[in-house]
Design a protein around this ligand. Structure first.
Ligand SMILES: Cc1cc2nc3c(=O)[nH]c(=O)nc-3n(C[C@H](O)[C@H](O)[C@H](O)COP(=O)(O)O)c2cc1C
Length: 342
């Protein structure tokens, strides 16, 4: 029997979804760290709750609220349903959306249909996706075609050395990847955002990025979904290396570290963002927007309405946070900062 890398990749994507839906895939001991901060509550707020303005700019688009639907999936048939439901919700709420890795689309033309969201989401900031381990000069034309086909506004490159190391037949050669990232930025003609997948971009990686012309960084820190955990469930049916599954830079720490080293870089806070309060703290600590991935997976399999419901609860809490801080808009929220409690 011949080995078909395209279908093997689609099978793995499907296993990721199944494991995310059935196993405990969150960090078991590591938290995001946002619980160590408090928003400065203002009992004499002068804001009107109904007039709070959440709008923001990100990668050249105006969002109605500072929220991106996190990169999740594409390729398998179920992925098409997930992507379309997420896209329709993003359009309804005026949010941005990241697609899952488009590698499968470059390898197998038939997979493209599962990424087709532009008709459903004509006004949405759509961010394509590729793995840093797959980035090379040879991939540039195929990637540009894939981005053009989905009508992407930008691309996220995910760097995931720990995830790949846990994966059966993972791409484990990251040598020269920083140079290849810079080459991609120069050659592609799309804004490039660098992201992790939940183990965090922190001070050391941020220092490597000084001078690299990426358009944004998504810190994708620890405290939410652990991909080193998921890959162990996929590979062994159990977690054999619990210490590796718990390894990462907590999201609040990652955000603080990257902000200090790259003060002008637009930052996404993600990894364990679960509530409007988490988002408000991340924004007050300097994130331009937040992103949410796994909590939206089950709603996205269900319906557009289920995704919208989940996000509306989240956004309602975020609005109340601004109101309680006396912040009319996100600039005012950021100006107020956060209070460290430990
Ligand atoms: C089912 C699923 C598939 C994912 N696939 C991708 C992917 O293809 N590319 C990527 O950059 N990140 C991918 N991620 C990682 C997320 O974008 C995110 O960085 C990570 O899950 C941490 O965020 P969370 O705690 O909100 O889930 C995936 C996440 C989930 C849950």
């Amino acid at each position: 029997m011949s080995f078909d890398p395209g279908s093997a990749l689609q099978h793995r994507k499907r296993r990721h979804i199944d494991v995310c839906l059935t196993e405990a895939v969150d960090y078991q001991t590591v938290t995001t760290g946002f619980e160590r901060y408090r928003l400065p509550y203002n009992a004499l707020t002068q804001t009107d709750l109904r007039r709070i303005d959440l709008s923001t700019e990100f990668l050249g688009s105006t969002l109605r609220a500072p929220v991106l639907i996190g990169a999740m999936t594409g390729g398998a048939q179920l992925s098409g349903i997930i992507n379309r439901n997420l896209a329709a919700a993003a359009q309804q709420l005026g949010l941005g959306m990241m697609l899952g890795s488009q590698r499968v689309m470059i390898d197998d033309d038939a997979a493209a249909a599962s990424f087709a969201v532009r008709e459903i989401a004509p006004d949405v900031l759509v961010i394509g996706n590729i793995g840093l381990a797959q980035v090379s000069p040879a991939i540039v034309p195929g990637l540009a075609t894939a981005l053009g086909r989905v009508g992407a506004d930008a691309v996220a490159v995910h760097t995931n050395p720990l995830q790949e190391a846990m994966q059966h037949r993972g791409d484990t050669d990251f040598s020269g990847s920083l140079h290849r990232l810079s080459e991609l930025v120069d050659a592609l003609g799309y804004p490039v955002m660098l992201k992790e997948v939940g183990h965090g971009i922190g001070a050391v990686a941020a220092a490597e990025l000084v001078g690299c012309p990426v358009a944004a960084v998504d810190v994708a820190g620890a405290g939410g979904t652990s991909w080193a955990r998921i890959e162990q469930f996929v590979r062994y049916g159990e977690v054999r290396h619990p210490a590796l599954a718990e390894w990462g830079i907590p999201t609040a720490q990652a955000l603080t570290e990257v902000r200090a080293i790259l003060p002008d870089m637009p930052l996404v806070a993600s990894g364990g963002i679960r509530t409007g309060m988490d988002a408000a703290k991340a924004l007050a600590m300097g994130a331009q927007v937040v992103a949410i991935a796994r909590p939206l997976l089950a709603p996205a399999i269900e319906s557009v309405a289920a995704v919208v419901d989940w996000l509306e609860v989240f956004l309602e809490e975020l609005v109340i946070c601004l109101h309680g801080c006396g912040a009319q808009d996100l600039d005012a929220l950021r100006a107020g900062g956060v209070v460290a409690t430990t």
